[in-house]
Design a protein around this ligand. Sequence first.
Ligand code: ZN
Ligand code: ZN
Length: 440
Amino acid sequence: MEEEEEVNAYLQSCGGFVACHDAGSKGRILVATRDYQSGEVIYSEPPLHIIEEDEDSEVFQRLEDFAARHALYSARWYWCALNSMTASDLEQFAQLPCSIISEGLQRQLLWLCAPDENASEALPVFQELLHDLGMADVPTEVTRKFWQLLQVWKYNSFEYSDDPVASAIYLQASFHSHDCNPNANWVADDAGLTLRARHFIPAGQEVTISYLSDEELFESTSQRRMRLKISKDFHCCCQRCAELWDRSRGVRCQCGRLRFLDVEGSMLSPCDAGCNWPSVDEVLRREELLVLLCRQQADADRATRLASAQTFAAAAEQLLPRHWATECLWKWLAEGCATKLEAKDCEAKRLRFLQDAYEGAKRNTHTAWVMSSLAMWTLSSCGALQHATPPDCSARVRDSGALELLKEAAGLLKDLNGEDDKYFRHVQRNLERVSHLDTA
Ligand SMILES: [Zn+2]
Ligand SMILES: [Zn+2]
């Protein structure tokens, strides 16, 4: 059987929710076999295989030493590949340095390996590694297979747990391509991975997922491409990445209109009033400083981030009012606002940027989370969260639209992550808390 037929037979055995097609230069893609409504579960699948790290094992420590000497892969991926060998791969060893898997399981894992011309270049490195592990006599085919399995784990596995660190392969989900405007969302828990439609997906359309977090999807094209290059080693050419103007890099023109930088950062979208300020160089210089600030302080403590945001947010907003890095400053600011109204104002600015950043941005869990936060600050500023609510509270809540916004956030989280999602449940609890104010 051809591999594509074999994969399709497997997908069929899983319920036939998606089918595999060869899309020419794009490689294998998965398409919907029927229509899926917004929020509908496309499928759930248990992990095909899970590998836990074992930092105490001597072999793992040797892999870490090796990874430190050769800045190629982290020890984690060598470990996963080593633990995906079969008994026949390692038949000449009386004492195995790893656990083994069945031939059938290994074959399924290898379905995920894309052919790569760099294999022969990498082989000497792997021979050295296997030599280090006392496996010097392994045949070349086995070394090659080891390299393929390493690619499979590095590029297709999902983080399964933090403690102990474990990676999992979900076979169906691994066949989905990434898109920066994905039409499906995945959630993984102990039971497995569940894929839901972010919006209506007609039969025959490719079902895509995001290899980035929902928050990262709001970053500029160059940032997203950099992340994908580092983590998955590919240059994203999705429709969104191919757009001329980058909507995550909105610039305020001299006349007050909104303009956008292009993906390369070489020009600004034209202004209807024909303004020639700001210059691209000026924008890029300020943008670079802003992005640097966000990166450097991403892991700093709250107080440090707040201080930076207080110093730089106004200037950032002036020149880059619809920019992903400005949104980052608003987020830090909202965490430490002195008044409810200020916090509400920050969340409103964040939401304005998020909802407009790309076509599918309204069907994104990060957007839903900011919606819920804006709704809660709004309710709070109406006095709705106090023990004794003010007499005109109901009317103020009604006029503010906060309850509708909170309901919308809950609906979105339920659609994207399901009813068991902790964020959905949190928003749902908040809704119940203020349900007595719901006069609609
Ligand atoms: Zn993309
Ligand atoms: Zn202008």
